[in-house]
Design a protein around this ligand. Structure first.
Ligand code: PLP
Length: 399
């Protein structure tokens, strides 16, 4: 037996591969600093853990409704109203096994062969693979550091064809941290209003992780005319430091939510009952800890952006949110390592950093815009300072 043709269309997640490589090195005793992980280093809040323990004690340990308990759907509806000014009824809400699963269900439930999905690059690694798995075609539009990693309405307009099914908008972005303001979203919305066959997948996973006076906005909120054809995707993984609990969710059109439930009913059944109880607590409880955590993240962002920009050959825009920076280093391409290897790609550069500086980052090629790399700053200030110092030393040694 051989793997299926659908499986042949996809590759394993590059970011998860880096994380497991770092774990292997650490196990072997190597002093490596991993800046590849896409998860907060904070712990799940205690009140969330307590809710899960109570759920176990109360016997909430059985199958639930396929796409979410009534309690969690109510908490999600309240969250959308509170945070986004969006109204979704229970039949417009789906709960899935992590945000990745929400996106997977939506794309697999709607894509036919030949359908196109517009994916702004740099993109989160899984979008193209899920689109391809579903039989669709990712259509990339690239935004480099010169445009703060944000695509323009004109680029979107030029990419739309009769076959376009979805536009994916991820703000704040993984891997760049760039986030669209309400005004920028409105300008994009004006293009989409002219193309009623295009649906919008708003991936708001990093909604709560924004800095300074930047105000998060989502497209269905600022462009009400697009509400009917927008799937607003969110989850507990990032803001609530619940990556292991696997809860993602979305609000959207009733037929789409029903289609996603049909698919889920034949794959995972329901998300974990205990994790759903924990998510209900997370979304409904005191949200003030988010601000404290953001304050810590902002200090780290500023530290990393400052140290990287001080390295000749590296340019690092200051992102509005998430916990990633995406420095570009076209100035270093063509240089040589002390061992004589030519740095001809961003992959060669991150390999050099891992081998020589013992710092693990993910090459920009994995996210569709090169030469660059993604650095996750969800780790301590001390480790970040050490990592940037090591990167500076390694760059200094290049000829
Ligand atoms: N969307 C983006 C942009 C992400 O960065 C991630 C996680 O890395 C996800 C979705 C998926 O999150 P989850 O861990 O809940 O599946």
């Amino acid at each position: 037996m051989k793997p299926s043709a659908a499986l042949d269309r996809i590759s394993p997640s590059a970011t998860l591969a880096i994380t497991s490589r770092v774990l292997d090195l650490k196990r072997a005793g190597v002093d490596v600093i991993g800046l590849g992980a896409g998860e907060p280093d904070f712990d799940t809040p205690d009140f969330v853990k307590e809710a899960a323990i109570a759920a176990i004690r109360d016997g909430k340990t059985k199958y639930t409704n396929v796409d979410g308990t009534t309690e969690l759907k109510e908490a999600i509806a309240a969250k959308f109203t509170r945070d986004n000014g969006l109204t979704y009824a229970a039949n417009q809400i789906t709960v899935n096994v992590g945000g990745k699963h929400t996106l997977f269900n939506a794309l697999v439930a709607t894509i036919n062969p030949g359908d196109e999905v517009i994916v702004p690059a740099p993109y989160w690694v899984s979008y193209p693979d899920i689109v391809e798995f579903a039989g669709g075609k990712p259509v990339f539009i690239a935004a480099g550091a010169d445009q703060q990693y944000k695509v323009t309405p004109e680029q979107i307009e030029a990419a739309i064809t009769q076959n376009t099914k979805w536009l994916i908008l991820n703000s704040p972005s993984n891997p760049t941290g760039a986030a669209y303001s309400a005004g920028e979203l409105r300008a994009i919305g004006r293009v989409l209003e002219r193309h009623p066959h295009v649906w919008i997948m708003a991936d708001d996973m990093y909604e709560h992780i924004v800095y300074g006076d930047f105000e998060f906005a989502t497209i269905a909120q600022v462009c009400p005319t697009l509400y009917d054809r927008t799937l607003t995707v969110n989850g507990c993984s990032k803001a609530y430091a619940m990556t292991g609990w696997r809860i993602g969710f979305a609000g959207g059109a009733p037929w789409l939510i029903k289609a996603m439930a049909k698919l889920q009913s034949q794959s995972t059944s329901n998300p974990c009952s205990i994790a759903q109880a924990a998510a209900t607590a997370a979304l409904s409880g005191d949200q003030s800890f988010l601000k404290e955590r953001n304050a810590a993240f902002q200090v780290r962002r500023d530290l990393v952006v400052g140290m990287l920009n001080a390295i000749p050959g590296i340019t690092c825009p200051t992102p509005e949110g998430a916990f990633y920076v995406y420095p570009e280093f076209s100035g270093l391409i063509g240089s040589q390592t002390p061992g004589g290897t030519v740095i001809d790609t961003d992959e060669a550069f991150v390999t050099y950093l891992l081998d020589e500086a013992k710092v693990a980052c993910v090459q920009g090629a994995a996210f569709g815009v090169s030469p660059a790399m993604r650095i996750s700053y969800a780790t301590s200030d001390a480790l970040l300072r050490e990592a940037c110092t090591r990167i500076a030393t390694a760059v200094d040694a290049l000829k």
